[in-house]
Design a protein around this ligand. Structure first.
Ligand code: ADP
Length: 231
């Protein structure tokens, strides 16, 4: 039996300097272990929904109303303007542009170790590097990537790396925001295969944000439409 992991009720979000809301009265729910797509055209408010789920509305100067329930805890955006505040262990995001999410002056190893230190405090470097290598292996990247800078990697490799960072703490919900947009079809298929295996292995739920209907239907068992009609 699968329960509801995420429920979004009447989510409306407006950026402070915008006249019209970016997201209007959005409702959907996602069951434990489900893969759901949030599909709509560019500008429909899809990434804005991801920011709300990541607790980043204030950082983007956006104001929301409505309710978000995750794993039994409900946040009313009028009372908690930041949105949902769950740790990377529970909800993780693979952003659209992995280049902007990765620090350009850090090697992959430095980025991964810093993330572990931020989440876990001090610890054995050797043990952590072993974990980094295992994570890279999971997304089919060679361990040599640890010594690379983001600009030295291809777009597909950077997306794989973003996925490795996102699954580092076995999140219950993985949000993919146009995670394979701009990659060629073979690389996309390969990365989606990796995500599918990870999902089966880890029992994660997936929210796939995409403008690509073909992709949404190929990867997810259900689709929620956003924007299009009224935006
Ligand atoms: P999508 O991900 O579906 O392409 P977005 O959530 O990025 O849509 O954007 C939805 C709307 O909000 C668009 O009209 C966009 O211009 C606007 N928007 C996005 N980010 C900001 C921001 N930081 N400040 C003001 N408006 C924004």
């Amino acid at each position: 039996m699968s329960g509801i992991l995420l429920q979004v009720e009447n989510l409306t979000i407006r950026y402070r300097d915008a006249a019209e809301p970016a997201v209007r009265e959005l409702c959907f729910q996602l069951a434990e272990g489900e893969s759901l797509s949030l599909h709509g055209p560019s500008g429909a408010g899809k990434s804005t929904v991801a920011w709300a789920l990541m607790g980043m509305l204030e950082a983007y100067r956006a104001i929301g109303t409505g309710r978000i329930t995750f794993a039994g805890e409900t946040v009313d955006l009028e009372e908690s303007p930041r949105g949902l505040r769950r740790s990377w262990r529970e909800i993780a995001l693979v952003p659209q542009s992995s280049m902007s999410a990765l620090n350009p002056v850090r090697t992959v190893e430095q980025t991964m170790l810093e993330m572990m230190e931020a989440h876990e405090g001090r610890g054995s470097r050797r043990e952590r590097i072993r974990r980094c290598e295992a994570l890279l292996q999971l997304v089919r990247l060679d361990a040599a990537v640890l010594h690379s800078y983001p600009h030295e990697l291809s777009g597909g490799m950077r997306q794989r790396l973003s996925i490795a960072l996102a699954v580092m703490y076995h999140p219950r919900l993985l949000i993919l925001d146009e995670a394979t947009t701009g990659l060629d079809l073979l690389v996309e298929a390969d990365i989606l295969g990796t995500i599918r295996k990870l999902r089966e292995r880890e029992g994660m739920s997936i929210l796939m944000i995409t403008h690509d209907r073909r992709l949404a239907d190929a990867f997810c068992s259900r689709r929620v439409e956003i924007g299009g009609g009224h935006g």
